[in-house]
Each structure stands twice: as structure tokens, then as C-alpha cells.
Ligand binder design. Sequence first.
Ligand code: NIG
Ligand code: FE
Length: 407
Amino acid sequence: MTKKLIKNIGVLATPSGSKAKAGSDQGKINQLEHAWLLWEDDKIIDLGQGAPPSADQEIDANGHLVTPGLVDPHTHLVFGGWREHELAMKLKGVPYLDILAAGGGILSTVRSTRAASKEQLVSKTLPVLERMLALGVTTCEAKSGYGLALEHEIKMLEAVKELGSLQPIELVSTFMAAHALPEDYKADREAYLDLVINTMIPQVAEKGLAEYCDVFCETGVFTADESRRVLLAGQQAGLASKCHSDEIDPIGGTEMAGSIGAVSCEHLIACTPSGIQAMAQGGVIACCLPATSFYLNAGFAPARDMISAGVPVAFGSDFNPGSCPVHSLQIAMNIGCYKYRMTPEESLTAVTLNAASAIGRAELVGTIEPGKQADFLIWDAPNLDYIFYRFGDNLVKSVFKKGVQVR
Ligand code: NIG
Ligand code: FE
């Protein structure tokens, strides 16, 4: 058992506790100046200010900022191919849902993902995870949803499982076969829903390949009623619910998710006051995806209204080949802070504790406190404001995952 210490920390900034923070609590960050942090193996044992205790190994933070490792609660991490060929259409103003309705968009990525082997998906994704780690992400959610057929959904989820064992970022899997209606079921959406509900969900749950079930509740994709059926089937099989809702049109997904005890709603660009109320009443975490708003040239989720209503706000990257081909949660958190007008303190909670809560890991990660996992970052920054003020570069200097320096 080796005790390790980071000394000479300029500011140690962290939220506290093991539950998502809402309202004014979202902006409450403990900031210890002239701090030190002590851990043993993979667990934090103590932190404080002033003269540090002795340890077997010491690291000098040189007056820099230390925060918890970042948690990315929303990615479509594994997929075949890319979609740069859609850029020209997007620049001409062709809407995202029109590209999908014409068999492009998600369906184009489905074709490339089906054509790839599990090994190809793993080797394509490993370098992305290396970059995400260097950018400060130590825990990350990953959705399926580009297979849209049992064998290909399982292939994607098995790829995620393998990726979790090949590199330091802990991955949390979400089953999302209700991401689009596959072309082969265009004439019979009921048959596809039946396949998802009665065949895929039970098998994925039985194999232990996912913890969450998600659905794209959107105009031309799945209705609120269809989404409810999928999510309730997931709950019956032990998969907690997440819902892509109000990304483009508010068609009732957020209200439905609030009524069935979903853990989180995702996107929420077009979220209305009734959606916000449903999340507040249902204890739902709002997972806002600021880089997607930027990339879709769309509006921004009403995050301030959510905070006022007592809804915890988390930020995710939404890394995917279509609506958000960026794997940097730092870029997402910078855009979020500016465009949602959330303070650096509120935004830090959004990418640590609230993000961890949205993927069921808040007992373990998301804060720097005794007993939590030793996941933290040393930034090339003197204080918390600085990492939201500087924009577009990687400000993470060192990354510690489970007590081990991995970058
Ligand atoms: O979160 N909105 C649905 N799913 C993804 C986009 C997937 C894609 O375009 O490939 C999202 O934005
Ligand atoms: Fe998404």
C-alpha cells in the first residue's frame, strides 16, 4: 500500500457529496487554496490546506488548479465511418431530420457500423479514448444505436466492454437500438418496436451488456408513446431510463420521461416550461449538450431556467459522427458556460458530480473527498475561472485515474 500526495496545489476545486446538485447548490464548489491531496491505492484518504503530511510519493502541483476527473455522461462513442460528406448539405441549411429522412444521417452511420467488425470498431475507437483521457475525461458513457439489429447492437456493446478493459477511462454502457427506424423496417415500425422490446432488451440485459436504455424521441423518429414503451421495457429488464428529448421538436418526451422516473433527459434544446416542470417533479437530471447546439447551428437549452426550477444540469460532449463530431468535453463545457450563462462553479458541477449522477457513478467519482476514487486532474491553470476563460486548447496537464498517473 503506497500513500501518494499532491502538494502545492494553488486551488483544489470540487463539488461535494454523492447526489446531483440542483438550484443554488449546483454553484457551491469547495475551493481550497494552498492545498494538498493524499490517496492510497485507488482511494482518496485526506485533503487539506497548509503543511502537507508525509507520503511515499510526492507530486508537486506547482500552484496549479486541481479538480475531479471529468465525467462525460453522453457519447455515441463507437461507430463505423464518419459523415464529413454531409457538411456541404448542412452548410446549405438542409435540416438534420431531412438528411435522416432521406436515408442519410444516423442511417448512413448504421450502414458503416454494420459493415465493421467488432475488432475494427475497437481499433478505430481506442485513439479517440486516448485523446479524451488526455483532455481530462476519466469516466464516460457510451451508447449503442448504430447497429439497429440484434447482432450489430450486441457487437457495438461488446466493443464498448472491450474498450473499457483496454484503457483507463471507465465506460458505462447504454442500449439505444431505438435511435432510428432501420431502413429494413420502414414499412413496419411496429415490428421493429417489437424486436427492440421483446428480443433485444431482454438479451442485452441478460448478457449484462448495458446499464441504461435510451431512445430518440423526436419528430419522424419515435413518438413519446413509443419511447415510453421502450423505456418501460428497459426498466422491466433492469435498465434505467435515459431519453433523447426536445433536441429539435418538443413532442412530449421530456414530460413522458419525468413521469416514468427516467434518470436523465438529454439535449433539451427545445425544452418547454412543462418539460422543465416534469424534470423537476420526476427528479430527472438535464443532460445538456452545448457543442451539439453549436454544431447543429441550433438554439441552446434553457439551462438557467432548469437551474431556477431545481433541475440538476449536467453537460456531455454527445460525441457522434453526425450532430457533434467533437470528443472534447472541455470544448463542450466552455460553450456551455458561455452560452447557457452558467458560472464556472455551476459548469464544473455539470461535468463532474452531476454528470457522474446521470450515469450512476456519483458514489464513486465526481468529487474529491475521502472515500471516493482517486480520479483527478492537474490543470495548466491557476484557478477555476481560468479553465472556462481560456478556450480551444487542452488545459489539462496531468490525469490520475484510480490513483495512477495516466497522462
Ligand atoms: O445525440 N439525436 C440523436 N442522436 C445523436 C446524433 C446521432 C447522429 O447524427 O449520428 C445526438 O445528437
Ligand atoms: Fe446523443
